[in-house]
Design a protein around this ligand. Structure first.
Ligand SMILES: Cc1cc2nc3c(=O)[nH]c(=O)nc-3n(C[C@H](O)[C@H](O)[C@H](O)COP(=O)(O)OP(=O)(O)OC[C@H]3O[C@@H](n4cnc5c(N)ncnc54)[C@H](O)[C@@H]3O)c2cc1C
Length: 466
């Protein structure tokens, strides 16, 4: 196997990390086994990469082999009577919903972008705006197959090889490579959801609205103005959405058609959205984003209810392609903390105040309501999450890193958890403290069993497991 020609520089989604690697496309499981054999001979480490949509170093491996999984992108089975779909790991959520929605189904859990692959989604065990109700994507996996670094092919479900099922899902790609995934879709009776939009004026109201609104809705998500403090700290807008019941939509066949779902490529009918990020660049600074957040808050003061296509509701972040490039050369870092409901208000208050004091405000804040799950490397809690986007520059990189370490201390003290599809700074000590010795020992035991020569390793795994 000659891999030298494939040496290339890879980046994370936020363009704030980059690392050179042998980037090798695989199309069939046998090729994965071949790369494992090659790595064992050469001592190179391997990381799988789906769509590279992780905000951090999860899909990077400096000096190692990065497996490009996008070639394994076939939907191999779709049963519209049961809602069961089987697909290869490089299939994106976009492919999945476009396949199932015209037949009256929708993926039970989706990320804020539809560009992620199923392999990446299982490895991070993603959550959606309905985490409090539907749990993580792993809870809807009926079965998967994976190739282990030993060369073994395993099939796992909650009943079969359950220990591997609950650890490969959430396992950050460190135990094996998914090769086929079967998921249960959710029945829908319309291509639309009903959305309530309401303003919240401070942090206490924000958290109460998430807590009280969740039981009455299928989805709930908050936007937080993270640039205004004082009595306005934590203000923003809540979007709570519900599926339509059977019979509520007079023409479900029409609303579920793809042409009623796809996001338009033009703004105002003629301006291509693909270059919009360039016009956003001059505003990507503290003052510009303060203006954007303030204007958005004022515009959101009206409480109202409307109907929206599923794709438009879920994939707001796909509206402006390449929006992450508007952050400029240094890119962005996202920090998402998961805090129990009892301590969230004080922990977030402390974090937001620290960001103002450090003059490193977050430009975008998104909140969600969560519930715990039983996957080994779980990130969820009975509480809330707040995701914050920070612009990275040559001048602020060191200060930003130091501030995020302080955030980590606040999260730990509040009994919170970290999400390794996002956070870029969390250290091995912090990881040990939040997973606990027992969980880390269990994971390491499985690692030895699945990957005795330690072939699977990413920049993320080196950082958080030491
Ligand atoms: C705009 C945006 C919005 C997002 N919104 C959400 C959200 O709402 N909820 C949420 O939970 N996350 C969200 N994310 C994070 C995203 O869902 C995760 O980072 C996801 O893992 C990305 O999938 P990917 O295919 O790009 O995987 P990559 O980033 O390429 O890889 C992620 C991990 O999966 C592993 N991996 C990839 N393929 C395989 C495979 N076949 N077998 C084994 N391991 C594999 C990699 O090694 C790596 O550890 C968002 C990201 C973006 C950019």
């Amino acid at each position: 196997m000659n891999i030298t020609k494939s040496f290339t520089q890879l980046e994370n989604f936020g363009h704030s990390h980059s690392a050179p690697a042998y980037f090798i496309k695989v199309n069939i499981p046998e090729e994965i086994a071949e790369v494992f054999a090659h790595a064992q001979k050469t001592g190179l480490k391997i990381t799988a990469r789906g769509a590279g949509r992780s905000y951090n170093d999860a899909a990077l491996s400096g000096g190692g082999i990065v497996l490009d999984m996008r070639g394994m992108n076939a939907i191999t089975r779709w049963d519209k009577s049961t809602g069961l779909i089987t697909a290869q790991p490089g299939v994106t959520l976009e492919q999945v919903w476009q396949k199932v929605e015209p037949d009256g189904w929708w993926p039970p859990v989706v990320s804020g972008t539809m560009r992620t692959t199923l392999g990446g989604c299982l490895s991070a065990n993603i959550h959606g705006k309905n985490n409090f109700k539907m749990g993580t994507i792993g809870e809807h996996v009926v079965e998967f197959t994976a190739t282990l670094p030993t060369g073994a092919e395993v099939t796992c479900s909650p009943q079969k090889n359950a220990d591997l099922f609950y650890s490969l899902i959430s396992g950050l790609g460190m135990l094996g490579i998914f090769t086929s995934i079967t998921l249960q879709m959710k029945r829908i009776h319309s291509g639309l959801v009903t959305v309530d939009a309401l303003p919240v004026h401070n942090l206490h109201e924000h958290i109460s609205a998430l807590l009280d609104g969740a039981p009455h809705n299928d989805y709930i998500v908050g936007w937080m103005d993270t640039l205004n403090g004082g009595k306005n700290l934590g203000r923003g807008q809540i979007h709570a959405a519900r599926y339509l019941h059977e019979g509520e939509d007079p023409d479900p066949q029409k609303t579920m058609k793809l042409e009623n779902q796809v996001l338009p490529p033009y703004i105002f009918g003629l301006f291509p959205k693909s270059i919009l990020y360039m016009f956003m660049r001059p505003f990507a600074n503290n003052l510009g984003w303060w203006g954007v957040n303030t204007a958005k808050y004022i515009a959101s003061l009206r409480t109202h209810t409307f109907r929206q296509p599923h794709a438009a509701f879920h994939f707001l972040l796909d509206y402006v392609p390449n929006w992450e490039l508007s952050y400029g050369r240094g890119g962005l870092i996202q920090y998402q903390s998961f805090i129990p409901k009892e301590t969230a208000e004080s922990a977030w208050s402390e974090m937001l105040k620290l960001s103002f004091k450090s003059r490193l405000p977050s430009y975008l804040g998104v909140t969600k309501r969560h519930r715990p799950d039983k996957f080994l490397l779980t990130h969820a809690v009975d509480g809330f999450s707040l995701a914050m986007d920070f612009k990275v520059t040559d001048r602020n990189r060191v200060r930003l890193s130091a501030m995020l370490q302080e955030f980590d201390k606040i999260v730990l003290q509040a009994g919170g958890r970290f999400y390794f599809a996002k956070n870029s700074e969390t250290t091995a000590d912090t990881t040990l403290a939040f997973y606990g010795k027992e969980t880390v020992a269990k994971f390491m035991k499985l690692k030895k069993r699945c990957d005795p020569h330690g072939l699977l390793e990413s920049d993320l795994s080196k950082r958080i497991f030491g």
